[in-house]
Ligand binder design. Sequence first.
Ligand SMILES: Nc1nc2c(ncn2[C@@H]2O[C@H](COP(=O)(O)OP(=O)(O)OP(=O)(O)O)[C@@H](O)[C@H]2O)c(=O)[nH]1
Ligand SMILES: [Mg+2]
Length: 330
Amino acid sequence: MAVDYAAQILEGSHRAAARLISWLEDEDERAYECMKKLYPHTGRAYVLGITGSPGAGKSTLTNGLAREIRKSGLKVGIVAVDPSSPFTGGALLGDRVRMSELAEDPDIYIRSMATRGFLGGMAKAAADVVKVLDALGKDVVLIETVGVGQDEVDIVGVADTTCVVLVPGLGDAIQSMKAGIMEIADVFVINKADRPGADMLCAETCSRIEMDAHLRERGWLAPVKKTVAVEAEGIDELWLAIEDHRKFLLESGRFYQNRRERISREALRMIHAELFRVVREQLEKSGRLEAAVEKLMNKELDPYTLMRETVTEWLSSSRCERRHDEDTQS
Ligand SMILES: Nc1nc2c(ncn2[C@@H]2O[C@H](COP(=O)(O)OP(=O)(O)OP(=O)(O)O)[C@@H](O)[C@H]2O)c(=O)[nH]1
Ligand SMILES: [Mg+2]
């Protein structure tokens, strides 16, 4: 192992963190050696997810929140997931320009991530990057994600507190929201409150929350906060609401319960990805995948049988290997 980025990261080196994240993006084996060393130093940072539709003002809010959090001396890490999504086209440059003001602060670290290229999926990638920023000594890690598709829900699994950003004037936002969104939001943000319809949207959101018996059972009713992110209005109040949620999690015991669930999910996801990689590699290298596909095409084999047989054979062959290893060792 040539360079020990782990040691440098633990000393707070942004440069080393950037290198390690690139290794993670490239699925470079060396990344995992570093991650192993960092793992015992993770779990300290508070993770805040900011999600919402494209253009809702998530980056502007994230920027504002980072400034607000810095006022109390806390160090901040920012992960912007897929700023160059097909939905938002040229947003990357805009993000860079706005975020660059923050980049001058040595206690803020910002990383943009494209969703493509991560074999283990977006959630794993984000979880890894959060761990790096955590080990780097950031007290709060903000993750910005566009709330589209399944990934959004996965991201929630990474965050301690999730803020869902809504904006007036996008039609009946609440109606068109996917069912899951009420449940993932710990705090609602009505951004662009300078626009008409903000009060109405705020009232609608509040009554939706209060009517939902299922949400009441959680013991936490998501507060709804109005902001004008471009004017930095309402950000201080938003941060207070986030801190309230953090207190609620700690006092109710939910904090540790959530983190336990997260660790369990993460472990399963990683095992799943690794098993898949190993089995796939074996099938491809041995030419058995090609042979099986040929049979599937000709209907000499069905995928259900293939699935079961592959797993059974793989298990027995790895058992044989283990026995062989044990025999040669003794
Ligand atoms: N009027 C108004 N405009 C805002 C407000 N907040 C953000 N904007 C503008 O909305 C646009 C999108 O803001 P971003 O912060 O890039 O939004 P985003 O949600 O990060 O966008 P994507 O990452 O591309 O999904 C920008 O032109 C902002 O200047 C606000 O409170 N009021
Ligand atoms: Mg953005």
